[in-house]
Design a protein around this ligand. Structure first.
Ligand code: GTP
Ligand code: MG
Length: 412
């Protein structure tokens, strides 16, 4: 059973210091013993665009927790502060001031119920001299965690990344109609985590026309409100976009209140910021990052012709440092993003709707025809945008359904 992880990571200095000291005496690490389990993982030396240690900074709280840990270990010189910059098959790669290391989990983490590190986590790293694999002793308190419900009856929550400032919701244009529902649910999950949000409409060259593109930009703005930035972009190189009339598209997008192009994405992710691209497989996430990097650092592959679905090309979660901008995390595409217990995120994204719902006559109003429903009245009076009321009610319905289907042991 998984528990909600936000802010739950604690530094328990006494037992931790004992364990750390014992390990030091033995000179040993944890699970692997040798590095055979690491076979098949990409060599760290070959990885492109991994952020430098100074590209990210821990919060005051994280720094203090690190110092407390080191003090409890009597200033053990094998300990270092680092952040997880990549996760392949559960094996973290950690960047510290002294280098980039593959790491395994200390016994307290892999055996106990302590949180496993996610990409973006600040950790206490042990680097025993005789080992080529480092050891993660502790995950430092998270300022933020992007958590996804995996939807099984057993309450399986997955931390997609930690300490993320901005979630870029990527949704492709072209073949199928734009999924506003998917955008709305992504926004709710992201806002619930405490991150800022922006929407990226990828593959703008595939929109049927500049007018269609403007329409899509306007629909997203109507749904999420004017404070959420919407950027349309085409990340493939100019030759592929030939004939797509990019200038007219850019103009139409701006007229509809959106931004256009890669430069706008770069501006969203200022130096010092950590962003994550969230979207289905085939949305063009890795292609976008490659375009921002100016090289093919990340693997991409074509979508299926029949239904435009992606092939789950990206398998690792990994950070890349964008030149003149911040750090962006590329993730495998997510098939689904169910809403469970994200009421707080719903209130953040649909603030004025949630506030009006307080005026309903019944506290447990479902907004489906009950007398005295304030949302029905708002809909009639058209003083709140109808698409926002509808989206709010649909997502709330889903959360209610999921909450009642849950295993009672699940702590949300
Ligand atoms: N026409 C067009 N195609 C694009 C654009 N961006 C990406 N694609 C294509 O979309 C397909 C999928 O792109 P990826 O970048 O691999 O998608 P992804 O979101 O990283 O997918 P996963 O790694 O599977 O989650 C590739 O064939 C890309 O060439 C674009 O701006 N325009
Ligand atoms: Mg990818």
């Amino acid at each position: 059973m998984a528990k909600r992880s936000k802010g739950k990571t604690k530094v328990r200095t006494s037992s931790l210091a004992r364990g750390a000291k014992a390990r030091r005496k033995k000179g040993g690490t944890g699970t692997l013993g040798d590095s055979s389990a690491l076979r098949g993982l990409p060599a760290l030396e070959g990885l492109a665009r991994v952020p430098a240690f100074g590209d990210l900074s821990p919060s005051k709280r994280q720094r203090a927790a690190y110092q407390a840990f080191v003090e409890a270990c009597e200033g053990d010189p094998e300990l270092e502060l680092g952040f997880v910059c990549r996760l392949d098959r559960n094996f973290p790669a950690v960047r510290s001031a002294s280098g980039l290391y593959r790491a395994e989990h200390a016994e307290r983490i892999y055996k106990g119920d302590l949180e496993r590190p996610a990409v973006g986590d600040w950790v206490v790293l042990r680097r025993p001299e005789a080992h080529d694999v480092a050891l993660i002793e502790e995950v430092l308190p998270r300022e933020q965690a992007l958590v996804r419900w995996r939807g099984s009856q057993r309450g399986d929550l997955q931390v997609l990344a930690a300490n993320v400032d901005l979630v870029l919701i990527a949704q492709p244009l072209g073949r199928e109609a734009l999924s506003l529902n998917r955008i709305a649910r992504s926004a709710v999950v992201a806002a619930d985590s405490g991150a800022d949000i922006a929407v990226l409409l990828t593959k703008a060259d595939r929109a049927a026309s500049p007018a269609e593109l403007a329409h899509d930009v306007a629909s997203v703005r109507a749904l999420l409100g004017e404070n959420v930035q919407v950027v349309a972009l085409a990340a493939l190189d100019a030759a592929t976009r030939e004939g797509a009339d990019m200038e007219a598209r850019a103009e139409a997008c701006r007229t509809a209140g959106g931004h256009f192009g890669l430069a706008s994405v770069r501006e969203l992710v200022a130096p010092g910021t950590t962003a994550l691209v969230l979207g289905e497989s085939g949305a063009g996430k890795s292609t976008l990052l490659n375009a921002l990097l100016g090289e093919e650092a990340l693997e991409t592959s074509s979508v299926r012709r029949a239904d435009d679905a992606g092939r789950h090309t990206t398998v690792a979660r990994r950070m890349v440092k964008v030149p003149h901008a911040g750090v962006i995390i590329d993730c495998p595409g997510l098939r689904n993003l169910p809403l469970v217990g994200h009421e707080h995120g719903l209130e953040k994204v649909f603030g004025e709707v949630a506030e009006r719902a307080w005026e309903c006559r019944f506290r447990d109003c479902t907004h489906h025809g009950e007398p005295g429903c304030a949302l029905a009245a708002a809909f009639e009076a058209a003083d709140i945008r109808p698409e926002r009321i509808e989206a709010y009610i649909a997502l709330l319905d889903e959360m209610r359904r999921h909450a009642s289907a849950l295993d009672p042991d699940v702590a949300l």
